[in-house]
Ligand binder design. Structure first.
Ligand code: FRU
Length: 455
């Protein structure tokens, strides 16, 4: 039996107490990143959902804030988003003191899902719910949730995308209160079916032009039932998304088991995405004490071409100041911190291993076609039959012609985020080593730099 120890990550947000799942309502206002999230404060398993709240100035250090939204007679407060209404189009603030408007799903205990709003006049500290709720009534379907509002530059109004069973619906509004449905996007061709959740739609500039990215989280996305996030690239005509960069294969945002329900910050300069660093299949059983779940790091999204195909790349944000003090290390180096980054460049096949004093190992293999993270020997795993069913792997689409490759590994107590070729591929994975990993070793032609992260 494993001895309990503190698995709380240092630079990944985790709730002070209780349960968390999806990030919600992320918005950047006056130098502060606001992070709201699905929270059940009274237990370490899922329960009647609240919106928890935390703030940060650097995306690395988070300060807990009081709960922002409590369940009410319309139901639990499910996932949603927030906008900084700088023109006061909602008239819930003033031009001098613009409001933050949150839009979320009210999930009634009989299953009815509708969309509601709440406003804040003190920059996210307190929210008042609108007496107009629900502002989008249920059209008679069972899954109808997770509104993500964004600025619509074509119609010059607010728009939102929400999940409706195995597709998404689009709505538009001048004031965040009155919404009109403008379109749908759903399965055909490479579009994986399953239950769609937590969609997001945002533009990224590429070669002077805006490409619109639709991200959708989906349960039952793969044969092993694991929940994943798919993305589509295309255009937004002001009413709906048009997939204009089709690809034969679905494209995934993260191949690991532990990144779900990721969405972007509204009103931030960069396109910054954060997810729930966990998986529905075993989240409630994970061996953390007093709290459950964490967020991933924020990732800065960009577009790049890989083998002629436009591809989304995600690089961890907020780590620049630590990366500046990277230094080269030798094979078998002792690592003195539980939170660190590794920059690895290699050629050909390789194996990298993080090891602890009781012989547990987190292994990463690189071959011609694949990067594999193997957590089967990495630590405590008996808490769920779903945790260790297989190794999981991603293919390195971005491998350079001469066989050279690069990886960045960010390790934080009990979660690893791996980025290949500057974020073209990613794997996020949680691990529960009995004692901290304190040694790194490798096989192959590698050069490795370490940066310590003393949060
Ligand atoms: C995704 C999700 C959302 C829902 C929320 C409930 O993980 O199922 O669709 O709003 O979690 O907590």
């Amino acid at each position: 039996m494993m001895k309990k120890r503190d698995y709380r990550p240092k630079i990944h947000f985790s709730p002070e107490e209780g349960w968390m799942n999806d990030p919600n309502g992320m918005v950047y206002v006056d130098g502060v990143y606001h992070f709201f999230y699905q929270k059940y404060p009274y237990d370490t398993s899922w329960g009647p959902m609240h919106w928890g709240h935390a703030t940060s100035r650097d995306l690395i250090h988070w300060e807990h804030q009081p709960i922002a939204l409590y369940p009410d007679e319309l139901g639990f407060i499910f996932s949603g988003s927030a906008v900084y209404d700088t023109q006061n189009s909602s008239e819930y603030g003033t031009n001098e003191n613009p409001p933050i408007i949150a839009i979320y799903t009210s999930h009634h205990k009989d299953g009815l899902e509708q969309q509601s709003i709440a406003y804040s006049n003190d920059k996210g500290r307190h929210f008042e719910k609108s007496y107009l709720n629900p502002v989008i009534k249920n059209p008679g379907i069972s899954d109808f949730r997770d509104p993500k509002a964004f600025w619509n530059p074509v119609r010059r109004c607010w728009s939102l995308v929400l999940a409706a069973q195995d597709r998404v619906f689009f709505y538009a509004s001048q004031d965040m209160k009155n919404w009109e449905k403008t379109g749908e996007f759903g399965p055909e061709g490479n579009h994986v079916k399953g239950v769609w959740e937590c969609p997001d739609l945002f533009p990224i500039e590429y070669k002077g032009k805006n490409v619109w990215v639709l991200v959708v989280s989906m349960t039952k996305a793969s044969e092993d039932d694991h929940c994943k996030m798919q993305y589509f690239l295309g255009d937004f005509d002001g009413e709906k998304f048009l997939c204009t960069y089709p690809s034969d294969e679905p494209r995934w945002l993260d191949e690991g088991f532990d990144n779900y329900a990721a969405v972007t910050f509204q009103n931030a300069k960069d396109v910054l995405l954060m997810g729930w660093g966990m998986n529905w299949q075993y989240a409630a059983q994970t061996p953390t004490e007093g709290y459950c779940g964490q967020a991933t790091l924020a990732r800065k999204l960009s577009l790049t071409e890989v083998d002629g195909a436009l591809t989304l790349a995600a690089a961890p944000a907020g780590l620049e100041k630590f990366r500046h003090s990277s230094y080269p290390i030798e094979n078998h180096t002792t690592i003195r911190t539980e939170t660190f980054g590794l920059k690895v460049s290699g050629k050909g096949d390789a194996k990298i291993c993080l090891k602890n004093s009781v012989g547990q190992k987190l292994k990463i293999y690189v071959t011609d076609t694949k990067i594999t993270v193997d957590r089967t020997m990495a630590g405590y795993k008996e808490f769920s039959e779903h945790f260790m069913t297989e190794k999981y792997s991603i293919s390195t689409a971005a491998r350079k012609k001469d066989g050279a490759w690069n990886l960045e590994l960010v390790f934080d107590v009990s979660i690893l985020e791996l980025f290949a070729e500057d974020g073209v591929d990613a794997i996020s994975t949680v691990v529960y080593p009995e004692t901290p990993y304190d040694r790194i070793s490798w096989k192959g032609d590698l050069s490795v730099e370490l940066y310590e992260i003393d949060a």
